[in-house]
Write a protein that binds this ligand. Structure first.
Ligand SMILES: NC(=O)c1ccc[n+]([C@@H]2O[C@H](COP(=O)([O-])OP(=O)(O)OC[C@H]3O[C@@H](n4cnc5c(N)ncnc54)[C@H](OP(=O)(O)O)[C@@H]3O)[C@@H](O)[C@H]2O)c1
Length: 310
């Protein structure tokens, strides 16, 4: 039967932040963490969707302990504001689930001029993690979860001379770049954590195919793009429910046995219960990880020093 929500221990006293916790997989992660008595901060963009998510969770779990914080990952100002509000409210953060994402959207820029998918899926999360790091380090067992996709296999590692893919933009290549960046960030963060001898863990997840708004949004934003429609139809027919697909994220976020620097995915790549899977050599390219870290610090202007100053 595999790992299920019944395996989630009591999380009383734990504080978890879930980006994009107002819909899709993020909503299911927020719901199950709240069910096990964690205090959950939904960090999300669309305020109406966030209010609906809060209502849905409290209808299900009357005593859920929830907070909603406005976060637009396409704006560094918003990331800085959200992080400041979270730091102000929570001296300690135990779990950060960097879940929010967009897929195969047309060429667009974030407020800071970043290519949208790289900006939202990776750079915004890099900045948020760096800014929340002091609170995470106050936890006994801090955990950061990054969410990748099979898209990582068809994306290039970030090119420091052209991180925003200027010229010949392709929406799937851009998604692939951002999702490979999610893996490289997770593994480089874990390497730095271990070098610093910290008790934190950074884990990466591919949730599998799930019927969420991800594919529908990519169809809407590409105005009915052919490949986006094809993928949307395929996931509608064969995808898992958001609740099932969220299990990989939940396992990576709270299973005490999960090790840092590992990948969780459904057993049959896009379907099935969450299991640990090996990382291909391309995902473990040390030079690409170091380059991504440098590019991320350069683009965001945020220096992410994993080792706390003594
Ligand atoms: N569904 C799948 O089959 C699948 C497969 C592989 C990987 N994934 C990954 O799983 C993660 C969750 O996706 P999902 O399937 O749950 O899709 P979803 O239903 O579309 O949810 C995406 C979430 O990201 C948020 N988001 C998008 N842009 C944002 C921004 N600029 N700032 C803050 N939040 C933003 C959305 O919030 P708003 O609506 O408020 O913008 C929403 O809560 C993504 O990282 C995706 O790449 C999904």
């Amino acid at each position: 039967m595999g790992w299920t929500t019944a395996d989630i221990p009591d999380l009383s006293g734990k504080i978890a932040i879930v980006t994009g916790g107002n819909g899709g997989l993020g909503l299911e992660v927020a719901r199950e963490l709240a069910r096990k008595r964690a205090h959950v901060v939904i960090a999300a963009r669309d305020a109406a969707k966030s209010a609906a998510a809060r209502a849905a969770i409290t209808t299900d779990i009357a005593d859920a302990s929830l907070d909603v914080r406005s976060l637009d990952l396409a704006s560094l100002d918003s990331v800085v504001e959200a992080a400041a509000a979270i730091l102000d409210a929570h001296r300690v953060v135990d779990v950060l689930v960097n879940n929010a994402g967009v897929m195969a959207t047309p060429e667009q820029q974030t407020n800071d001029g970043f290519e949208m998918q790289f900006g939202v899926n990776h750079l915004g999360h890099f900045a948020l993690t760096a800014l929340l790091w002091p609170s995470l380090l106050r936890s006994d067992a801090p955990r950061v979860v990054s969410v990748t996709s099979t898209g990582r296999h068809f994306g290039p590692a970030v090119n420091p001379d052209n991180p925003h893919l200027k010229g010949g933009y392709d929406p799937w290549r851009a998604y692939g770049q951002s999702k490979l960046a999610n893996v490289h960030f997770a593994l480089e963060l874990d390497r730095r954590i271990r070098d610093a001898g910290l008790p934190a863990k950074s884990v990466v997840v591919h949730p599998g195919f799930a019927k969420t708004d991800l594919q529908a949004r990519s169809v809407r934003e590409s105005e009915g793009g052919r490949s986006q429609r094809f993928f949307h139809d395929a996931v509608r027919r064969t995808g898992m429910t958001p609740a099932r697909a969220a299990l990989s994220l939940l396992r990576a976020a709270i299973d005490p046995e999960a090790e840092g620097g590992t990948l969780y995915t459904p057993r049959w790549v896009n379907w099935g219960p969450p299991v640990r899977r090996p990382l291909l050599r391309r995902s473990r390219d040390r030079a690409a990880m170091a380059t991504l870290w440098e590019v991320s610090e350069g683009e965001t202007g945020i220096v992410f020093d994993v080792e706390p100053a003594s």
